[in-house]
Design a protein. Structure first.
Length: 363
């Protein structure tokens, strides 16, 4: 038993340690983003309008950004082959870990599917709350045109984030269903062509946050959230005692010496914070490009390099048919040096214009 445990630890320990680290980063990122939108003062009014749907949608978006960044790295075959054959990566455990790149790619893909469902569900709740919790005091914060707008589907389909989101869900559904074992075995072409839709998915992902639906408050110093604005009160109703009778009924309050209800987090020395101006809101700057631009550019450069390298001539010296449907193809290529564990990608244009398959390379 002890020997088998040590063998498992040597062979599989590094893989599970890496997966544990990856899982920890996902959990930490989700929880950190959730707390930011739940407790952050800049999102105070937006959270009052949308509730937990805001926190879940943004937290799941952070996890999606991370995994959309990582899912491309295992597909950089030239980079992985270079690292595996490099003298700097001399550890067998590290090389075995690099050999598990496909497993990590699948794991990231499943994570993207799960959190995409969670993200879509949270945004459907947000769309409903935008409609039901229309706020006449902060018009720039609203997405709906009026309270109780006909359908949240209208809000989801008209806006840029809604259109791009629907298309991304369809693309992701095609990619995931075509990646199942049954489809890959029965018809590999379907898997290959649908998987190449990833480029469309990433372009839409960059455009997805360009609508500026979610906004944060920029003037926290001049307008602490939940503060009392006497200028606005005077404009609305010149009768001061009646106007300030219940200025913030939705918040947890505590009576001040004058008997006014006060938002508890903003009570200092039993006095209410006074606003100097109305709150100002600004749309978020997209952070998605920061996550995926690097891996996407790296993958595109590698694909270009592989395309250029594939155009170099290869001389086939012999073709031998072995038992059990094993085919041996002997070939020569200038300026090529084989390394252990290496494989070649063969492409037959008469069979498929885009499809190619890896085959083991031996000396």
């Amino acid at each position: 038993m002890a020997l088998s445990w040590r063998s498992w630890l040597v062979n599989e320990g590094s893989k599970h340690l890496f997966l544990f680290f990856w899982l920890s980063v996902n959990v930490w990122l989700f929880w950190k983003t959730f707390l930011l939108y739940y407790q952050g003062l800049q999102y105070y009014y937006l959270h009052q309008m949308l509730g937990l749907g805001l926190c879940v949608s943004r937290a799941s978006a952070s996890v999606l950004n991370l995994n959309c960044c990582l899912v491309l790295l295992p597909m950089c075959r030239v980079l992985l082959a270079f690292l595996r054959g490099s003298q700097k990566v001399a550890s067998r455990k590290t090389r075995r870990l690099l050999d598990k790149s496909k497993t990590f790619h699948v794991t990231c893909g499943v994570t993207i599917c799960f959190f995409s469902v969670l993200h879509v569900a949270a945004h459907l709740v947000n769309a409903l709350n935008f409609s039901e919790n229309y706020n006449e005091d902060f018009l720039s914060l609203n997405v709906a045109n009026y309270r109780g707008e006909v359908s949240q589907l209208y809000l989801m389909s008209v806006l840029v984030p809604g259109l791009t989101g629907v298309i991304m869900v369809l693309v992701l559904f095609l990619m995931c269903t075509a990646s199942t074992y049954a489809i890959r075995v029965s018809n590999y072409d379907i898997f290959w062509y649908t998987h190449n839709l990833f480029f469309v998915f990433y372009m839409l992902l960059i455009l997805h946050v360009s609508g500026g639906v979610l906004k944060y408050q920029t003037n926290l110093e001049e307008h602490p959230p939940g503060c009392f604005n006497p200028n606005k009160t005077l404009r609305q109703n010149m009768t001061m005692p009646k106007a300030i009778e219940d200025p913030f009924p939705d918040y947890t309050t505590e009576p001040s010496p004058e008997g006014l209800p006060v938002s508890e987090p903003f009570v200092q020395n039993n006095f209410m914070r006074i606003c100097s101006e109305e709150p100002k809101f600004q749309s978020h700057f997209s952070e998605t490009w920061f996550w995926i631009s690097g891996p996407l550019c790296l993958y595109c450069v590698e694909r270009l390099y592989r395309y250029i390298r594939s155009n170099k001539p290869v001389t086939i010296t012999s073709v031998i048919s072995h038992p059990s449907n094993v085919l041996e193809v002997r070939m020569m290529k200038d300026d090529f040096k084989a390394r252990p564990g290496q494989y070649v990608i063969l492409h037959c244009p008469r069979v498929s214009a885009l499809e190619s398959h890896p085959f083991t390379l031996t000396m």
